[in-house]
Write a protein that binds this ligand. Structure first.
Ligand SMILES: [Zn+2]
Ligand SMILES: [Zn+2]
Length: 383
């Protein structure tokens, strides 16, 4: 990693006093945000139902029940309206409430939760709006709950500094899912398909499910460890990866901050070992679900004591140290799934009691989405 570090000392993290922004019952903030988010989600969901060929992903459509989700949409719309009206009764956060109510009314006008569902005309490229909405609702519900029950930094609020920037990354990365998969599959077919061995795949598939999952975890982690390490040790790659490390407040949304080049390369790199190993679909599904959960979890503002499991699995504490801007932790903890390869290649850093007191890069890099998009290619950052 190419930045200078601050002096190293174990000290308590100093979180800025954001108590005036904390969510309190009665001040309209909870109802305002809920109304606004549910209203926007409802409007986008109705658009996805109206134009499924262009706004939904074929793989996901096969996995969910579109009619059941219309029932969920119905609740979202009425709850958005209810909370929107509440902001007017409370006479606080009326602008948020009005946004929520307006979006929901527009969603009703565009067909609401009664749009007929049926066979969808396939299209090769589409925006993953359904993937974005489902991932957002599920991640927000699960991780905000876990962060509130087992917080590492209790005083850190949901709308911490730069949450809007990370939300933009979350949206962009999820909308591009079909493009990502298409590019990754194309890349694999063109570059690596020669390496597929029918014997190896038959051997893998003859193993019990749990062993196939372990093989996937280890193979993917080995490849991801080295690609991650290259991103740190090659200066031009570091300028791309620095975007991910610019996060100064760790939570469930923070891990979304990735430069688009990194998003594509990670997807391509991760897919290679999975395709070469060629496990049963059930093993692949378990691995992908585990990897998706862990990618968010390790960034979360969470401290759940896992006992001996912390030596087997990458935990929030392990990955928080990777994001630390303090010297002994810099360029350590590259693993994604299990700390094994960091231990093997001498990059393991895990103080027993302490967590980092500072996150981010030194010097800081620009703070808007477009500035960060062009940052790796700008002349000013050559080291
Ligand atoms: Zn890194
Ligand atoms: Zn990270």
């Amino acid at each position: 990693m190419r930045f200078e570090s601050e002096g190293y000392e174990y000290k308590k993290r100093v979180t800025p006093d954001l108590s005036d922004k904390a969510f309190r019952i009665g001040d309209g903030r909870i109802s305002g945000y809920l109304s606004m988010f549910l209203g926007i989600i409802s409007l986008l969901a109705v658009l996805a139902y109206q134009y499924p060929s262009y706004l939904t992903t074929a793989d996901l459509r096969a996995a969910y029940d579109a009619e059941f989700l219309q029932d969920v949409l119905m609740y979202c719309m009425w709850i958005s309206l209810g909370f929107g009206l509440l902001t007017f009764i409370l006479n606080k956060r009326k602008r948020m409430g009005a946004t929520g109510v307006l979006c929901t009314l527009l969603a009703f006008a565009l067909g609401g939760y009664h749009i007929p569902t049926g066979p969808v005309e396939p299209s090769q490229l589409s925006f993953g709006l359904d993937w974005l909405l489902l991932a957002f609702v599920a991640s927000a519900a699960v991780f905000i709950f876990i962060e509130k029950v087992f917080p590492k930094y209790r005083e850190q609020i949901i709308t911490r500094p730069e949450w809007k920037l990370d939300m933009i990354y979350f949206i962009v990365n999820h909308l591009l899912i079909t493009v990502l998969l298409l590019v990754a599959n194309y890349f694999f077919t063109k570059v690596f398909s020669w390496a597929i061995s029918a014997d190896l795949q038959a051997f893998v598939q003859s193993q019990p499910l749990w062993l196939q999952v372990i093989m996937l975890v280890l193979a993917a982690d080995f490849v991801l460890y080295w690609s991650h390490r290259l991103y740190h040790e090659v200066p031009s790659l570091w300028n791309i990866h620095a975007v991910h490390h610019s996060v100064e407040y760790m939570d469930w949304l923070a891990g979304s901050r990735n430069h688009i080049v990194q998003t594509f390369s990670d997807r391509i790199i991760a897919i290679v070992p999975l395709y070469l190993i060629g496990p049963d679909k059930a093993a692949l599904d378990i691995y992908v679900s585990f990897a998706a959960f862990q990618a968010v979890y390790v960034h979360a503002n969470v401290n759940i004591p896992l006992g001996p499991l912390q030596y087997i699995l990458v935990t929030p504490k392990f990955h928080h140290w990777h994001h630390s801007s303090q010297k002994p932790a810099i360029d350590t903890n590259y693993s994604v799934h299990t700390p094994l390869f960091d231990k093997l290649f001498n990059t393991y850093h895990m103080p027993k009691e302490h967590w980092p007191s500072h996150y981010g890069t030194v010097p800081r890099i620009p703070r808007t989405f477009f500035q960060q998009l062009f940052y790796p290619f700008s002349k000013g950052n050559k080291k």
